[in-house]
Design a protein around this ligand. Structure first.
Ligand code: ATP
Length: 745
């Protein structure tokens, strides 16, 4: 046997078993993997084949514990389990392994462990009735009676589990089975249990992970390389999994649908959609790592990782550091997109002292100006949106151009004379900002886009000249020529893509050459919380044919997910490219309690009820609890109520939580990208969610009303999907219309 380069991997789920082992055993396992890789045949390891079986082996971890290994090839081994010595050698028939015929992935099942787990969740049988006193008890219907064995295995259920599956009669038992079953079996059974049809599961769960080629169920080495086999792939990943008390599984075990997207070679820009918690950010991070690994050696930052705010960018940096250390970080520019745009603009205007103001400040400026002018025809929000989306967004440079500008999706039609009025107001507003030495983020984005597009154009001219004159040397280079210019990045990865402005996209497009794997973006339009509707194709980013969707939530329980989907019901969403996008197939294998619904008579009573609930939660750190409210004022009021009961709280500001200690409180806008163990959403009352002003728009501007309503829904959807384990929704007075499906069920 070749002992020089032994590959040792760890199968998904074995790590969960390992996490439960005593500390000393984990330490021993760490030493074991070193020794094993040095020489599997070393006497101390007592490597032996189980039961004459050709692939399953056991090896000694310490006096008490044994590792069970599958031998994939001569020097390629896979740890499938770590068990107490007494549990290894009895009844070997219960240990089953094989290659799933649908996915081509390696699966391992210990039937005894599964059966015991099911049994633990089985309610004790009622006392045996005396023959005469009781009528015969009806046997409960098995959960999956309506599906044949063939149907189950065709969907990808692990064949050895079929007999146990036939015995299941309760949800609890099913959850017991899923805990120790291969990942796909769990996903399939829960989807069927939750009411999906065979065909739906085939399309939504099985097809995305099915092997594209016929599966050879004897070829374990090929199987180990398929995305469907969830294993650690590198030494580092194995060490990580063995070392960590609560290591980040996301770093090591990607879902097959995730790893395919990470590793694919795309002929151009690609997009990954998917509901909250499906691991879009995780995919973006792994994609960055993958792209960096393909780069030639160097020191420069050829990959840009960007997102829409500072807080999220900081989080991306921390997670990328966790994933690949300083070495990976050294090749990646991580910047939030506004900051990036500002950098471009400052680069072009080094002396500029302009202050950049956020949307709230801009609206205050609009209002101040309208007040001063005594102008009442138009409201500040409308003018701000019109200016940002139509005038700035389409780079409209003159009044005449504005008369011709497209206003798709902008709400009510406006006449020519109204356009003239708006144009005049917009001009006045721009001058006012100039005078005050201020600029808006939308202006910065558009300016940055123009500068970058101009820069790219100069590069293209030089390229063209180079082609025509046969080399740079033959071109007469003038001062300021672009001969030395290169695209700023080789690859751009965007997280939370749904909230970037058109200007951002134009800037990013110009920063990277149109090439394979140029732009990779992840986002979910159901979570769009700003009014930045874009059609990427029209901005030069063509994702057609390179669009995919993740559907398995790793964050939220099925129960919370059901409520979150209820909040969205009846609304339609786009795919960032003008087509419809749905959450079909969105699911979870995590289970928990149903969300709690708490009505109150008024706001004060609601705050009391919230305080009361939190004071009962003394089993988790306060930082794992968050309260989300519709307005800043309400956030402050909740903080005061909590303080009066001695509960510490911190508010979440634009840059994240202002402090470490206490329950996090914030408005719905602040929760994007965050997650908590327990979430409270408060003030979900009609008039607050959606706001009264939005409801009023129904009469004045139907299109705007629909857009604002969708945004309010999305905000609530984002808030509901931040919680991992439990969700409590509070309101006073009339509950929000968005809660109707939850109240009806
Ligand atoms: N393969 C995986 N294994 C384990 N955990 C995972 C995996 N993928 C994602 N997660 C976990 O699921 C949670 C959600 O992941 P992530 O933040 O990437 O989702 P998202 O789709 O970007 O969510 P959102 O749209 O709500 O921002 C995180 O806690 C992440 O660590």
């Amino acid at each position: 046997m070749n002992t020089t380069s032994v590959t040792l991997r760890l199968l998904d789920k074995a790590d969960k078993e390992i996490l439960k082992l005593p500390r000393t055993v984990k330490g021993a396992l760490y030493d074991f993997q070193h020794k094993f890789k040095a020489n599997p045949q070393a006497t101390g390891l007592q490597l032996k084949q189980l039961k004459g079986d050709s692939r399953l082996w056991s090896a000694r971890v310490n006096d008490e514990y044994r590792a069970l290994l599958l031998r994939l090839a001569d020097s390629d081994w896979l740890i499938v389990s770590v068990k107490h010595r007494k549990e290894v050698y009895e009844n070997l028939d219960r240990l089953s392994y094989g290659i799933n015929q649908v996915t081509g992935g390696i699966e391992y099942v210990d039937l005894q462990v599964v059966e015991e787990s099911v049994l633990r969740r089985t309610a004790p049988a009622p006392p045996t009735p005396t023959p005469r006193a009781q009528p015969e008890l009806a046997q409960p219907e098995p959960l999956f009676a309506r599906f044949s064995d063939h149907q189950l295995t065709d969907l990808g259920v692990a064949e050895p589990l079929v007999p146990v599956i036939r015995t299941l009669t309760t949800e609890e038992q099913l959850l017991g089975l899923i805990e120790y079953a291969p990942q796909l079996t769990g996903e399939i059974l829960l989807s069927l249990f939750d009411g999906k049809s065979y065909e739906e599961v085939l399309e939504q769960v099985t097809a995305p992970v099915a092997a594209p080629e016929p599966v050879d169920t004897e070829d374990f080495q090929t199987a180990a390389e398929r995305p469907a086999t969830m294993v650690t792939t590198t030494d580092e990943a194995l060490r990580e999994a063995l070392e960590g008390e609560d290591f980040g599984r996301w770093k090591v075990f990607l879902h097959p649908t995730q790893s395919k997207l990470v590793e694919r070679d795309y002929s151009g820009p690609a997009r990954v959609g998917g509901g909250p918690g499906t691991g879009k950010t995780i995919v973006a991070l792994h994609r960055v790592k993958h792209l960096v690994e393909q780069l030639p050696q160097g020191r420069n930052k050829q990959v840009l990782l960007t997102t829409y705010n500072k807080n999220l960018a900081a989080d991306l940096r921390a997670r990328l550091l966790e994933l690949g250390g300083e070495q990976l970080l050294s090749r990646v520019d991580i910047s939030h997109v506004d900051q990036l745009a500002l950098r471009v603009v400052r680069g072009a205007e080094p002396g500029s002292t302009k202050q950049t103001i956020d949307d709230n400040q801009v609206l205050r400026e609009w209002r101040a100006m309208l007040d001063e002018l005594g102008e009442t025809t138009w409201d500040a929000e409308f003018l701000h949106d019109e200016w940002t989306q139509v005038i700035l967004g389409q780079a409209v440079a003159s009044r005449t151009d504005y008369f011709r500008a497209r206003r798709a999706g902008r709400g009510r039609n406006i006449t020519r004379s109204e356009r003239a009025e708006i144009w005049q107001l917009a001009e006045k507003f721009t001058q006012r900002l100039d005078r005050l030495g201020r600029q808006t983020w939308a202006q910065v984005a558009e300016r940055a886009a123009r500068l970058e597009m101009e820069r790219e154009r100069r590069m293209q001219i030089v390229e063209q000249q180079r082609a025509e004159h046969g080399g740079l040397d033959n071109i007469h280079l003038q001062d300021g020529s672009a001969g030395w210019l290169r695209h700023r990045y080789r690859h751009i990865v965007v997280d939370e893509a749904q909230d970037l402005r058109p200007g951002h996209w134009k800037m990013l497009r110009a920063m990277v050459a149109r090439d394979r794997n140029d732009i990779f973006l992840v986002g979910d339009t159901h979570q769009r919380i700003y009014n930045n509707q874009v059609t990427l194709g029209s901005l030069g980013i063509n994702i057609r044919g390179r669009s995919a969707k993740l559907t398995l939530s790793y964050r939220t329980t099925r129960q919370i997910l059901g409520s979150a989907l209820g909040v969205l019901s009846g609304e339609s969403f786009d795919d960032l490219d003008g087509n419809a996008e749905t959450l079909a197939g969105y699911r979870s294998v995590l289970s928990g309690a149903l969300p709690e619904l708490h009505p109150s008579a008024d706001w004060e009573a609601e705050r009391e009820a919230i305080t009361e609930l939190i004071s009962q939660w003394d089993d988790i750190p306060l930082e794992q609890i968050a309260i989300c409210v519709p307005t800043n004022a309400m956030a402050q009021q909740v903080a005061v109520s909590l303080a009066q009961s001695g509960i510490r709280a911190v508010e979440i500001g634009p840059d994240g939580p202002r402090g470490d200690d206490g329950v996090h409180i914030g408005t719905m806008f602040r929760f994007k990208g965050l997650e908590y163990q327990r979430m409270i959403i408060a003030g979900v009352s009609e008039g607050l969610v959606p706001r009264t002003e939005v409801i009023g728009m129904q009469r004045t501007d139907a299109l705007r009303y629909r857009r604002e309503l969708q945004r309010a829904r999305s905000l609530l959807f984002v808030a509901t999907t931040r919680s991992r384990d439990s969700l409590a929704i509070f309101w006073h007075g009339t509950p929000s219309r968005f809660l109707a499906p939850l109240l009806a069920s």
